[in-house]
Write a protein that binds this ligand. Structure first.
Ligand SMILES: [Zn+2]
Length: 90
């Protein structure tokens, strides 16, 4: 019986902390979902996305690059490749 009591107590504690984390995370995800769901086309709204991934290779775009070019959707490597491709295509 005692073991079950302890288990229930632990379970309750775990649930409470999980709920707290859940609500704390909910606010964060609600905020990121708003800015993240907008897509690449509406990138230049003043607020910088913290983690933006290159649309070609999926790697994280460097923060410095995003500061210089908030609308960048590619990492430097892929951007250079793309520009070279565009140029050769005319
Ligand atoms: Zn890339």
């Amino acid at each position: 019986m005692d073991e079950i009591d302890v288990a229930q107590q632990n379970d309750e504690l775990f649930r409470q902390s999980a709920l707290k984390a859940h609500y704390a995370g909910r606010q964060n995800t609600a905020m990121t979902a708003k800015s993240g769901k907008a897509g690449p086309s509406s990138g230049g709204r003043g607020t910088l996305p913290r983690h933006k991934a290159c649309c070609d290779c999926g790697e994280k775009i460097e923060t410095a690059r995003l500061k210089a070019m908030p609308n960048a959707v590619r990492c430097i490597g892929c951007q250079e490749k793309k520009e070279r491709r565009d140029r050769s295509l005319g």
